[in-house]
Design a protein around this ligand. Structure first.
Ligand SMILES: Nc1ncnc2c1ncn2[C@@H]1O[C@H](COP(=O)(O)OP(=O)(O)OP(=O)(O)O)[C@@H](O)[C@H]1O
Ligand SMILES: [Mg+2]
Length: 155
């Protein structure tokens, strides 16, 4: 762990293999850090869920389990927020073009909900394309959960 100058209290940076062990490891690290800085209950469950879904997507859809491709994770805590960034070396994706998992014809499908659940669980959800190729997803949860209209901040 490092210390950063701009009020960042905790920072983790890891480069990981594209495996399901990576998924379990990062989910555990994220929950441990979030718990340590005061997240509890449903907020902690939301961080766990969104981290699990997003890193699974990086391993499965992004890097497709390819051994030569890595997953890049950064976790930081500032005074008011938990932030995790998960990047991969795949083809990238645009969350705005995904089908709506709540559409009647899709409700019975067994998959296609990870992005939706991640967005719904966090206060901020951003996707951008990495310069080197691949997707970079940033998830943010506010320590002070008093945001009444978080969707305004999602992109
Ligand atoms: N990191 C990524 N790189 C490339 N494509 C991605 C990435 N993350 C998501 N996607 C695309 O977005 C789609 C939707 O992802 P989402 O997690 O919502 O559903 P899913 O992974 O197909 O099913 P599940 O409900 O099991 O998560 C994926 O099928 C994939 O096409
Ligand atoms: Mg998924």
């Amino acid at each position: 762990m490092e210390r950063d100058q701009d009020t960042t209290a905790v920072m983790v940076r890891e480069v990981l293999d594209s495996t399901l062990e990576t998924v379990a490891h990062i989910e555990a690290v994220a929950v441990e850090i979030a718990r340590r800085v005061g997240f509890r209950g449903v907020s902690l469950d939301h961080i766990s869920l969104a981290t699990h879904e997003t890193i699974t997507n990086a391993v499965v859809h992004g890097n497709r389990y390819r051994t030569e491709k890595k997953v890049f994770v950064a976790i930081s805590i500032t005074q008011d927020r938990f932030k995790i960034t998960i990047a991969d070396e795949g083809d990238g994706f645009d969350p705005m073009t995904l089908p709506d998992p709540l559409a009647p014809e899709r409700l019975s499908e067994g998959s296609g909900r990870g992005v939706y659940l991640s967005r719904a669980s966090m206060d901020e959800y951003h996707v951008r394309s990495r310069d080197a190729g691949g997707a970079e997803v940033t998830l943010v949860k506010y320590l002070c959960a008093q945001v009444t209209n978080p969707s305004a901040r999602k992109s």
